[in-house]
Ligand binder design. Structure first.
Ligand SMILES: Nc1nc2c(ncn2[C@@H]2O[C@H](COP(=O)(O)OP(=O)(O)O)[C@@H](O)[C@H]2O)c(=O)[nH]1
Ligand SMILES: *[C@@H]1O[C@H](CO)[C@@H](O)[C@H](O)[C@H]1NC(C)=O
Ligand SMILES: *[C@@H]1O[C@H](CO)[C@@H](O)[C@H](O)[C@H]1NC(C)=O
Ligand SMILES: *[C@@H]1O[C@H](CO)[C@@H](O)[C@H](O)[C@H]1NC(C)=O
Ligand SMILES: [Mg+2]
Length: 523
């Protein structure tokens, strides 16, 4: 078990630095070593122990599922305290995606909206066809559906860049470098639109809240309460269901520009900032060189010893005094002179983007988290930098980092109970125990289920309601748990005192090392 814990710590540290490849190699070697040397344990067991969040209770005082079991929806709706919220579903899509749009709407209707009847807003950069509209209206039953077009001025890049050689060259170049979707102009437009413009659309502005959908997404559990209402009741402003790391080469300069924005506008980020940044300022010391060169806990001892040994060497200008102990100092000096300065590549004033982001194809949020002065000027700033075409900034990292300029951790909710799939990534929670007491009741004949429809078995710490998770698919909580781990780590700490890394009292450590050194070598 000690080995497993050590391996887990190594892995976690690895994800935090940018030399991921090297670390993964090390992790691989350690794994092979463990498998060969220690008692035989299957790899499967290791995976289970490594980051098996799906079996853990992640609820804390600061954030937990609003309900940890099914709710009697009829009861819920008739409670006089309940009020339907000013909210709508939002989906940007194309005429040719009709089939996938229908799949999504059927899924959300069956699992949630047949009871709550929130309206839909569908947007497109082209006008929707009559056929598209009719077929979408068919599946939404009595929910209101509105269709909007994104005008060309909003959809296109600013006129001073959109037809330039640099623009096409940059986009083509990203294709050459195999950046995912990098050479698709329309994908860049979509990301830019979702990053800073969707919430300005008149149809979206009609609501206070939105729930973002995409074609071909799937919900696995019943959502038997109203997420908008619960968020309002619990002072939550933004909800996510998947948090994962971004591909580095889509956003190499996003954080650099963010830091410039923060500095130029004197912004004080909220505590959510900690979820997305790696803090390298772990060594509290009067020595700026030590502060800068110590980035990880394993740097502390070697860097401080090196400094003391060199310092002692240089202090002894008196030749006759040079004793054997100085050899260590000389070796250190030689090593330091030979070594390249250790660089954490993306470190800006001791911080780095850790690549984590809320997977924004699912979002339940207040529009005001984007439509405010700070976020709007942040978007303007990013737009001027050209990163939406020079690089392939996704709306997910832009949303996440942008939100953290104003939001605190407590403003955010993890919808752990919402089972969700988009493309090949999915989150599906364990069912709560005792869910059988809450039968499924439908009024819509299309969603009739067999009397004893089979749902997953309830498990300890489960929070899902009537989930039917795909078999043999590792949950994202367990397969890519690094960012979720950061979230859990932060949200379990006391408000206002969240730390991401252990910090060191540098002056004290330095004094102790000096004392030991003098005891051993001094005269
Ligand atoms: N109208 C329109 N919608 C688009 C365009 N590109 C992407 N979208 C929509 O934007 C969302 C994200 O695009 P998608 O291709 O699914 O990206 P992915 O989910 O990141 O793979 C989906 O809802 C698409 O329908 C476009 O050029 N026009
Ligand atoms: C819903 O919110 C929007 C935006 O804040 C507002 O303009 C609209 O009047 C609200 N509608 C209702 C019914 O309260
Ligand atoms: C070297 O230091 C010793 C002891 O501090 C002293 O006695 C000696 O005179 C010094 N020699 C020189 C050359 O400065
Ligand atoms: C629409 O929903 C209502 C209840 O909300 C139901 O009575 C009706 O049968 C549904 N219509 C269709 C076409 O499924
Ligand atoms: Mg998609």
């Amino acid at each position: 078990m000690l080995l497993v814990r050590r391996l887990r710590n190594t892995l976690l540290r690895c994800f935090q630095c940018n030399i991921m490849m090297v670390c993964m190699l090390v992790a691989l070697i350690i794994t092979i070593w463990i498998v060969l040397v220690s008692e035989p344990v299957s790899t499967r067991d290791y995976m289970d122990n490594l980051l098996s969040f799906s079996k853990m209770d992640l609820a804390t005082k600061r954030d937990k599922p609003f309900y940890s079991n099914c709710v009697d929806t009829q009861d819920y709706l008739s409670n006089p305290l309940y009020a339907k919220q000013n909210a709508s579903f939002v989906m940007l899509t194309r005429n040719e995606e009709l089939e996938d749009v229908i799949k999504t709407i059927k899924s959300i209707e069956e699992h949630f909206n047949q009871w709550f009847h929130y309206p839909y807003v569908l947007l497109n950069d082209q006008p929707f066809t009559e056929d598209f509209k009719t077929k979408v209206r068919d599946v939404t039953n009595d929910s209101i559906v509105e269709f909007g077009t994104v005008d060309e001025i909003t959809w296109n890049f600013p006129s001073d860049v959109k037809d330039t050689f640099e623009f096409y060259n940059a986009i083509e170049n990203q294709g050459d470098r195999s950046i995912l979707y990098g050479n698709m102009e329309s994908y860049h437009k979509m990301c830019r639109f979702y990053s800073g413009l969707f919430y300005k659309h008149p149809l979206i502005q009609k609501s206070e809240w939105y729930w973002r959908l995409e074609p071909d997404v799937e919900f696995f559990c019943d959502i038997t309460y109203d997420p908008f209402w619960e968020m309002a009741q619990n002072d939550k402003k933004y909800g996510f269901t998947i948090v994962i790391p971004e591909l580095y080469w889509t956003v190499p300069n996003l954080f650099r520009h963010t830091k410039s924005f923060v500095r130029q506008n004197d912004v004080t980020p909220g505590s959510l900032w900690k979820l997305f940044t790696k803090d390298y300022d772990i060594f509290e010391s009067d020595d700026p060189e030590l502060r800068d060169s110590i980035n990880y806990d394993f740097d502390v001892k070697p860097k401080v010893s090196e400094k003391i040994a060199i310092e002692q060497l240089l202090e002894k200008g008196n030749e006759s005094e040079r004793i054997n102990a100085d050899e260590e100092g000389i070796m250190n000096l030689v090593n330091r002179a030979r070594s390249k300065k250790h660089i954490v590549e993306d470190k800006f004033s001791n911080e780095e983007y850790n690549l984590c982001h809320f997977w924004s194809n699912f979002e339940i949020a207040r529009l005001s988290v984007f439509d405010n002065e700070v976020y709007n000027s942040f978007f303007e700033f990013l737009e001027k930098s050209g990163g939406f075409w020079k690089e392939r900034w996704g709306d997910a990292p832009v949303h996440s980092i942008g939100l953290s300029l104003t939001l605190d951790l407590d403003d955010v909710h993890y919808f752990r109970d919402i089972g969700y799939r988009h493309s090949s990534i999915q989150h599906c929670p364990h069912n709560a125990m005792g869910g059988e007491e809450f039968p499924y009741v439908t009024s819509d004949p299309r969603f009739q289920r067999k009397k004893n429809a089979a749902y997953d078995m309830g498990k300890d710490f489960g929070c899902g309601c009537r989930c039917k998770c795909p078999m043999n698919k590792l949950d994202i909580e367990d397969s890519t748990g690094f960012c979720l781990n950061v979230w859990v780590d932060l949200i379990k700490q006391e408000k206002g005192r969240e730390h991401r890394a252990e910090t060191f009292n540098g002056n004290q450590i330095e004094a102790n090392v000096r004392k030991d050194y003098l005891k051993e070598f001094g005269n």
